[in-house]
Design a protein around this ligand. Sequence first.
Ligand SMILES: Nc1nc2c(ncn2[C@@H]2O[C@H](COP(=O)(O)OP(=O)(O)O)[C@@H](O)[C@H]2O)c(=O)[nH]1
Ligand SMILES: [Mg+2]
Length: 220
Amino acid sequence: MPVGTVVRVAESDTVLADLVRAEERALVARGGAAGAATLPSRAVATGAPRLAENGEVGEERWLSLELKIVADAGIVGVPNAGKSTLLSVISHARPKIADYPFTTVVPNLGVADVSHVQIVFADIPGLLEGAHDGVGLGLDFLRHIERSRVLVHLLNGASPDPLGDYEVINQEMTLFNPALSERPQLVVLNKIDLPEPGHCGLSCGRSWRRGARNSTPSAQ
Ligand SMILES: Nc1nc2c(ncn2[C@@H]2O[C@H](COP(=O)(O)OP(=O)(O)O)[C@@H](O)[C@H]2O)c(=O)[nH]1
Ligand SMILES: [Mg+2]
């Protein structure tokens, strides 16, 4: 199993193992007692044991395996904020980057080397209003945030309302898991190289915010 796998009993959701370190081991279903065979010395030549006992049936159970990636820092923010770009410049990761929301469908991991200390960053995509309810790919990604020790909350400086975006993302995380509101956050305003706020193309308006979802973004 990859590091970060949570093993649960399928029916009860009881956690049997949470594998967060490499080489960690867990026994989740015991095999049956081994069978036995007597192999008298004469039989060695013929290869035929005189007595053979069947092994016992092993334990059988349905398990659910969930992967929650393990990172030191999770980069969160609205679609198009520049999360994948940030990861690509601080690490050797090469995530997909494009000027439209939802370019990332899996969390990307990258390792940044800061004065010889390695810090694992995860680019957490898919957060938008309603994510905790399953809007977009929200639930697929929210669970990955739970393991990040610190969050880098990236604000899209080109958005018409970066602070509103910030609140929406925080609210989604809290609704998903209230403990996430206690997670330390480093708030970063991105795209400050652009001349004015709201200075972006077709895709980066508020089309991912509720209420604006059905509106047609104006062509620019
Ligand atoms: N002007 C400007 N554009 C940026 C900056 N960071 C990212 N972008 C652009 O914003 C768009 C979305 O970036 P991406 O990293 O895919 O965003 P994500 O959806 O948050 O992962 C891309 O066109 C990037 O080139 C920045 O600091 N300044
Ligand atoms: Mg991305």
